[in-house]
Design a protein around this ligand. Structure first.
Ligand code: APR
Length: 250
């Protein structure tokens, strides 16, 4: 780890266009379960039954019954890993965070440029009239009034603005992510299994463009072999240590 941290800090401090790509692993230390770690959400729920657009439309009641298990996301606080990435942006060393997460914790930690590939939990939308409402409206219907599934005033079904399997990703976010990665000279992947596309196209794209690839993850990923440095550990510990070493070098 020592040598890896030294090398990673060197690469990061000499980069000019570094970008981060994060996954659910950066939020587990904030109390939000990830998906594919042992005990992660997909070890307890079948995503094909719970997290696809068709399953949502087929049985919105079941979706919302299970979704009430994840309400912790609304009270979660950013952790040291989120704050370390915000600090790298503040230092002018990180251009943006591209995230697969919908918890808004990067923004809460102070990151300014955050590209949300899988939507967000700040808003919901009516599938009939298209009205966009703050998520609080949906939460109030669900939690206070026990309205399952929560509906719009027009009677249409309300859906949180998170991207479910089978839904297309927000075009603008995807365009911005591809543009950032095609121009980056370093991609820092943190807390992602890199199992889901198109997010997992980004690391190969970065390597293809000649960028250095740094991976911070508790478990191996399919891109480890292509990384300049792999740091095996918790993002809440490794990322702040990385920032500390970058500060020593600068
Ligand atoms: N520090 C470092 N790594 C961690 C930590 C941590 N504290 N906690 C978990 N991890 C690692 C796990 O080992 C795992 O490899 O983070 C990775 C999380 O992987 P996933 O659970 O697959 O999450 P993610 O890569 O974000 O999934 C992508 O899949 O289900 C969809 O839409 C969902 O956005 C999600 C997408």
């Amino acid at each position: 780890m020592e040598e890896g941290l030294r090398r990673a800090a060197e690469l990061l401090s000499s980069s000019r266009q570094a970008v981060a790509l994060t996954g659910a692993g950066v939020s587990t230390e904030s109390g939000i379960p990830d998906f594919r770690s042992p005990g992660g959400l997909w070890s307890r729920y079948d995503p094909s039954e719970f997290a696809t657009l068709s399953s949502f439309l087929r049985d919105p009641v079941r979706f919302y019954q299970l979704a009430s298990e994840f309400l912790s996301v609304f009270t979660a606080e950013p952790n040291e890993g989120h704050r370390a990435l915000a600090e790298l942006e503040e230092m002018g060393l990180l251009k943006a965070v591209i995230t697969q997460n919908v918890d808004g914790l990067h923004q809460a930690a102070g990151s300014k440029r955050v590209v949300e590939l899988h939507g967000n939990l700040r808003e919901c939308r009516c599938l009939s009239c298209g009205t966009v409402l703050p998520i609080e409206v949906l939460a109030e219907k669900l939690v206070q009034r026990g309205e399952i599934p929560p509906r719009c005033g027009c009677g249409g079904l309300l859906k949180p603005n998170v991207i479910l399997f089978g839904e297309s990703l927000p075009a603008e976010a995807l365009r911005e992510a591809f543009e950032l990665v095609s121009r980056c000279d370093l991609l820092l992947v943190a807390g992602s299994s890199l199992m889901v596309s198109p997010a997992n196209f980004l690391p190969p794209m970065a390597v293809e463009a000649g960028a250095e690839l740094l991976i911070v993850n508790e478990e191996p990923t399919p891109m480890d072999a292509f990384a300049s440095v792999v740091l095996r550990g918790k993002t809440g510990k490794v990322l702040p240590e990385l920032v500390r070493r970058v500060k020593e070098i600068r």
